[in-house]
Design a protein around this ligand. Structure first.
Ligand SMILES: [Zn+2]
Ligand SMILES: [Zn+2]
Length: 440
């Protein structure tokens, strides 16, 4: 009896070997092709009785070949087994509706294949209903470490001076300063700008009971979200507020007055949370569980503190308001470490030298700074001088000017990079944005 002819149209070595090296292979005349055009040629010349065709055959899809076979009266009777590594319902349906005799999921072994072949020639091969193994091989599965699940800093507000809203600010965001610092159950918040409202809702939902809130200085952009800080209304929550020793009024007085009935319907002493005020001075170190926070004066109207946060693995500087090099408009490279203009800043530079990352403002384009000398904020180029002398390689710019739209800030970021390149530095600079989260 003449041997039945099998055409294997498949480009995968494992499939070809499974079939051609099986002991039953000698019972059939087998030809192997590895591309769509070769399969069509072989259908013409080899005239197989049954073809196994892989869906992703090079140069032609298996369904196209199936159609070719079934729509040509010359070949319509030929058996077709469609095979694929990926069993998806759409592929299965296209195959069966295209009159394939069977859909065979890979990988398969020789016994299974030649069983199907035998059934076909006995006229008994019927497609099985769609089935996919759930392939949940959970043993030995890869579970990546989630660095940021509980250890992170998150920016809830990155705008300086006053909140902004509208489509021009969608990407960077419009909330004023607020930073969440979290290491497992230890939580520090720096600044109570409008960003603290959303943060408050989240940490109330999280069930956080002890909160340490640091205020670098009491200008509006750093405190205006406080009345809307949800945990202040929860009786089982304890809020510790740390603020610099008062310039004109101490922090407790300031927060009480801010919440006078003339300004807000709930007074500080009517809020249910237990509230403690701690005074902070330049050089203080405060430890909150595994986190440490250190303070240093910055150059800004009134008494203003910058911060350095330590977790067991990271050290981050956070300086939102600081005017570098008062009135300087020259090239940043001209300010070497001995330059007299740098002297007022040497101590802060020293403070920041061990940071892995520095968050520092650079609120103005150079031409804007020409008009805003003494306002307490830095130009791009003057802030670069500070970063340069700390030696830090990671700079995040925050406290964005309310005048600057997303497009302006996009242009500004490129100017940051150009200035950094001009100074022959390799610092990575990014813009902080509302919602930005980084591992701590
Ligand atoms: Zn500010
Ligand atoms: Zn300020």
């Amino acid at each position: 009896m003449e041997k039945k002819r099998l055409l294997i149209a498949d480009n995968f070595k494992s499939t070809i070997e499974t079939i051609t090296q099986h002991e039953k292979a000698c019972e059939y005349e087998i030809e192997v092709v590895k591309s769509g055009p070769d399969a069509l040629k072989a259908i013409d010349t080899f005239k197989p009785d049954l073809i196994l065709v892989d869906l992703m055959l090079p140069k032609m899809h298996g369904i196209e070949i199936l159609k070719d076979i079934k729509e040509d009266p010359q070949t319509a009777k030929m058996g077709v087994i469609v095979t694929s590594f990926y069993t998806m319902i759409q592929n299965y349906r296209a195959s069966i509706e295209g009159h394939a005799d069977y859909f065979l999921e890979k990988p398969f072994d020789g016994i299974r294949f030649f069983d199907l072949v035998q059934k076909f020639f006995e006229g008994k091969l019927k497609p099985d209903p769609f089935y996919t193994s759930d392939q949940k091989d959970l043993e030995g599965r890869y579970v990546p470490v989630q660095t940021m699940a509980t250890n992170y800093i998150q920016f809830w507000g990155t705008r300086g001076s006053i909140p902004v809203s509208g489509s021009r600010y969608n990407r960077i965001g419009g909330n004023t300063c607020c930073l969440e610092v979290r290491h497992h159950d230890d939580l520090i918040i720096i600044d109570a700008g409008t960003g603290i409202r959303d943060l408050g809702l989240e940490i109330a939902a999280r069930g956080v009971k002890t909160i340490h809130l640091f205020i670098g200085h009491t200008h509006w952009d750093h405190i205006t979200g406080f009345p809307f800080f949800a945990p202040m209304y929860l009786a089982d929550v304890e809020v510790h507020l740390y603020a610099p020793v008062g310039y004109q009024k101490d922090a407790e007085e300031l927060f009480s007055e801010m919440l006078a009935y003339a300004f807000f319907p709930v007074r500080l002493d009517e809020m249910q949370a237990k509230f403690h005020v701690h005074q902070m001075r330049d050089g203080d170190t405060i430890n909150i569980g595994t986190l440490g926070i250190e303070t240093h004066y910055t150059h800004h109207p009134g008494s203003t503190l910058g911060f350095k946060i330590r977790s067991p693995t990271h050290t981050v500087g956070y300086i939102t308001d600081n005017e570098m090099l008062l009135g300087y408009h020259g090239h940043p490279d001209a300010i070497d470490i001995d330059h007299p203009l740098l002297e007022p800043h040497l101590s802060l530079i020293q403070f920041l030298t061990d940071c892995d990352m520095i968050v520092h403002e650079a609120q103005y384009f150079p031409e804007e700074y020409e008009k805003k000398v003494g306002w307490g904020h830095s130009s791009i180029s003057n802030a670069t001088v500070l970063i340069k002398h700390t030696g830090c390689q990671e700079w995040l710019v925050t406290h964005h000017d309310p005048q600057h739209s997303d497009d302006d800030l996009h242009i500004k970021l490129q100017m940051h990079r150009d200035v950094i390149a001009d100074c022959h530095l390799h610092t990575n600079v990014r813009l902080a944005f509302d919602g930005m989260t980084l591992p701590l």
